[in-house]
Design a protein around this ligand. Structure first.
Ligand code: ADP
Length: 473
């Protein structure tokens, strides 16, 4: 019998109102996965009602106790890491070791924000004698969170931890193809003592449950991570409803290597930057810009090292049949643009993995930045490499993109590192590393990569708004 995954509303498991379920598919072997509740507007309404009812109590919960619950949830995630890794791997096909890493960082989000429940602090304003003027940071109330499938638990934790720390209640809708870990997270929250209704999960399709959540009149803020097209559609609704929105969208991030860099380390990080999670990462480093004097040798080194990355053990499959088809379609785009893969350019078509949606690490060189392969987000393990001559040219190429999420700069020259880092249009720049890991470091984009920030103390500013109180003495 096929297992079913249901909503988690008001501290309990809830069947979908219409009784409908979406079929599940295991991307690692093409076999049937658990079915997922197909939530509709009525399911969303039930979850939002629970969150709204819980909001005043959560807001006035003793601050230290709220922090302790977040901390205990971090502990529960760690205690349940093995099971969470199993279900994360089942939904996404990602290797268990990678899933375990993401589960640890999910715990880290709750741990970090557990200590920040008193932030952001208000201010006392020096206005004039006879007046006492001060600000407080208030929660919005019910926050709607919509997450994608590439790091399901991680993205749920990244958004829910600061939202809850700032005393909001949440209704989260994970991507319909990877729901299990988010539901388990909400169950764990209930088990450690979060009051019913503080943490709710509604499952279903984006165009049904997702849009109903954005449109619900009692949802006072939306945090969305996903595609540009969906972010834009949600933005229209948020504009009509006049509610704040944070968007974490796509990327086509440049990794810029100067000839004075530690080239061995730069090459191994360049491989990690485009192959992590099979390239299904918004902050993947998918454009490799290399100074011309070292271009041929460096790109050859990256291609050689990418041969050590083994689909199935180092990364998982494309998440869905559609995503698999989309990545393969870019091999045809490349061919039409006159590009020949230096390595890869194919799906895995031998052995057991051929039953799943696996793609080989793929590199194209001598790509022009104006070509589609250099402009469009592919969301697969596909790298395009191109040479540059000067620092100015590297910056120009890097910024010639609709996106601006992250970038890498490799050089031993500290002045150049700072000049380039500060000239790049991106929300995060990594110098002599490729890392997006730190919970403390604000993360988000410029241009079509979105606005608002996740992570760090900065995220709390997006889950609160300011009230100014003036008292005449
Ligand atoms: P991806 O291409 O990464 O799947 P999407 O933007 O389609 O990105 O999906 C990200 C999340 O947004 C998922 O949870 C999905 O169900 C949801 N979603 C998709 N379309 C809509 C929509 N119109 N309104 C609200 N949520 C949506």
């Amino acid at each position: 019998m096929v297992r079913t995954i249901t909503h988690w509303i008001n501290g309990e498991s809830v069947e979908p109102h219409g009784g409908g379920y979406l079929p599940g598919l295991n991307p690692a072997n093409g076999q049937e996965g658990p079915s997922v509740a197909r939530g509709q507007a009525s399911d969303v309404a039930a979850a939002v009602a629970a969150a709204k009812a819980a909001a005043p109590g959560w807001r006035h919960f003793k601050t230290a106790s709220r922090g302790r619950l977040l901390y205990e949830l971090a502990g529960a995630i760690r205690q349940n890491a093995e099971h969470l890794a199993d279900i994360e791997s089942e939904d996404t096909g990602k290797p268990r070791k990678q899933a375990l890493g993401e589960i640890e960082s999910s715990a880290a989000y709750f741990e970090f924000y557990a200590g920040l429940v008193n932030l952001p602090a208000g201010e006392t304003l020096n206005v004039e004698p006879g007046q006492h003027v001060y600000t407080i940071q208030e929660p919005f109330g019910v926050v709607g969170i919509i997450t994608p499938w590439n790091g399901p638990l991680n993205q749920a934790a990244r958004a829910c931890a600061p939202a809850l720390a700032a005393a909001n209640t949440v209704v989260i809708k994970p991507a319909e193809v990877a729901t299990q870990s988010t539901v388990r997270l909400a169950q764990l929250a209930t088990e450690v003592g979060f009051p019913p209704g503080v943490f709710n999960v509604v499952l279903g399709k984006g165009t049904e449950a997702g849009s109903a959540l954005v449109e619900h009149g009692d949802v006072r803020k939306i945090a969305f991570t996903g595609s540009v097209a969906t972010g834009r559609a949600i933005g229209h609704i948020a504009a009509d409803r006049i509610i704040p929105l944070s968007l974490e969208l796509g990327g086509k991030s440049a990794n810029i290597v100067f000839d004075d860099a530690d080239l061995d380390f730069a090459a191994s990080e360049a491989v990690r930057a485009f192959t992590s999670n099979a390239g299904q990462v918004c902050s993947a480093g998918t454009r490799l810009l290399v100074q011309r004097s070292i271009y041929e040798a460096f790109v050859a080194k990256v291609a050689e090292l990418s041969g050590n990355v083994i689909p199935g053990s180092d990364y998982g499959p494309m998440i869905t049949r559609e995503q698999f088809a989309q990545v393969k379609s870019y091999f045809e785009v490349a061919a039409a643009e006159g590009l020949v893969p230096l390595t890869g350019g194919s799906a895995v078509d031998q052995g057991e993995l051929a039953k799943g949606f696996y793609v080989n690490p793929t590199i194209y060189k001598d790509v022009k930045n104006s070509q589609r392969m250099a402009q469009e987000e592919i969301f697969g393990p596909v790298l395009v490499a191109m040479p540059f001559d000067s620092e100015e040219e590297a910056i120009t190429i890097s910024n010639d993109s609709e996106f601006g999420l992250v970038a890498g700069v490799w050089t031993q020259n500290v002045s150049r590192a700072i000049r380039v880092a500060e000239s790049i249009e991106a929300g995060q720049v990594f110098v002599n590393t490729w890392s997006t890991g730190a919970v403390e470091a604000p993360f988000g984009g410029h241009k079509n990569s979105g606005y608002g920030r996740e992570k760090g103390i900065e995220a709390l500013r997006h889950y609160t708004h300011v009230k100014c109180i003036t008292i005449k003495l």
